[in-house]
Design a binder for this molecule. Structure first.
Ligand SMILES: Cc1cc2nc3c(=O)[nH]c(=O)nc-3n(C[C@H](O)[C@H](O)[C@H](O)COP(=O)(O)O)c2cc1C
Length: 336
């Protein structure tokens, strides 16, 4: 989850403690916030990045710390596209102009997102250069020691805005048909796969549904899963929404689990369910019933970084606590 706490894309003590505490709480796979593949791929000036070697050096102690606690760590690579160059949510997510250190956002087509200025439509040259940025970012993620790369293809950011007919009105080979709208992602996947080890898991987060008639939907999302399997994408992390600013949808416990089920019904792709999954028994039911291969939690971890430890207690799972914390582990028999 974006922390808006980096300077020049460099993760710092905030990120070490923020991500480190999840590893201390025995999260199996800690995922970094969406991290820019270039300075202008960020949403804000305070996002983390992975476009230079200094950032690789800054990520390494965080990666090492997570590994030392026995957890794995992935990095989410992104280009914010139409939503680029804003202030943080607590500052109103207002546009930051080039005069204030920002930049003009880019998108497949010149369609403004909410109150933000109209983005510039990317040229084919821009597309080539952004794909190179993804390739280099992936290489740097490997150098930093990450175990997993997740491509951010959701929430109205650049890749998703190519997928969706709502935001992609291009007349060239990157717009129009399904094959054309997914072309940019396929080129990104190929570039990343060409530089990362064969066994390194590659995830993709998608917005499975735009929640708008005529938008990207679950049938296209499931068709995408089948295209991606032979290209070496290992898992689709099924989120939704974000392509327009004025959409409402029914957020409730597990409201996106059905998108994971749709992908699993249509393909052999592994999936992850996400979205208001807070109850350990519910999380277990999702995985045990085969609705998803794993679950991801977001905001619940902001409330309770030790969710995994308490979930293990609730589910009666024997989990080895860290030596330093062992004496805090609840005993089956009172008194403590
Ligand atoms: C503060 C905050 C930051 C987020 N940052 C990201 C992000 O960097 N990448 C991403 O894919 N989703 C991001 N999300 C979305 C969450 O990952 C998650 O999909 C969403 O909050 C729903 O899951 P939850 O109900 O478990 O929180 C963010 C959400 C919050 C609240």
């Amino acid at each position: 989850m974006c922390q808006y706490s980096a300077v020049d894309g460099l993760p710092n003590n905030w990120h070490l403690i923020h991500l480190g505490k999840y590893a201390m709480g025995k999260v199996g796979l800690v995922m970094t916030e969406a991290s820019g593949i270039s300075p202008s791929a960020r949403s804000t000036l305070r996002d983390t990045g992975i476009w230079n070697d200094e950032q690789v050096a800054a990520w390494k102690p965080i990666v090492n710390f997570v590994h030392e606690q026995g957890s794995k760590i992935g990095i989410q690579l992104w280009h914010a596209g139409q939503k680029g160059s804003t202030t943080a949510p607590w500052q109103g997510q207002d546009y930051v102009s080039p005069a204030e250190g920002g930049w003009q956002a880019v998108a497949p087509s010149e369609i403004a997102f909410g109150k933000l200025p109209t983005p510039r439509a990317v040229t084919k040259e821009d597309i080539k250069s952004i794909i190179e940025d993804y390739r280099n970012a992936a290489l740097r993620a490997v150098k930093a020691g990450f175990d997993v790369i997740e491509i951010h293809g959701a929430h109205g950011y650049l890749i998703h805005s190519f997928f969706s007919p709502i935001s992609n009105k291009r007349g060239d080979e990157y717009g129009g048909s399904f094959d054309n709208r997914i072309r940019f992602l396929l080129e990104v996947v190929e570039a990343i796969r060409s530089v990362i080890p064969e066994g390194m898991p590659l995830f993709l987060r998608t917005s499975s549904h735009d929640w708008i008639d005529g938008g990207w939907d679950t049938s296209e999302n499931s068709a995408l899963a089948n295209v991606l399997l032979p290209l070496g994408v290992d898992l689709i992390d099924c989120s939704s929404g974000g392509i327009k600013s004025d959409i409402t949808y029914p957020v409730a416990p597990g409201y996106q689990v059905r998108f994971s089920e749709d992908v699993k019904a249509a393909s052999k792709m592994l999936t992850c369910a996400v979205g208001v999954i807070t109850d350990p028994k519910f999380a277990q039911e999702i995985v045990e019933s085969g609705k998803a291969d794993a679950v991801m939690l977001g905001r619940e971890f902001l409330r309770n970084p030790n969710w995994v430890l308490s979930a293990a207690t609730t589910l009666g799972v024997e989990l080895e606590w860290l030596n330093q914390y062992k004496q805090g582990k609840p005993k089956k028999v009172l008194p403590y």
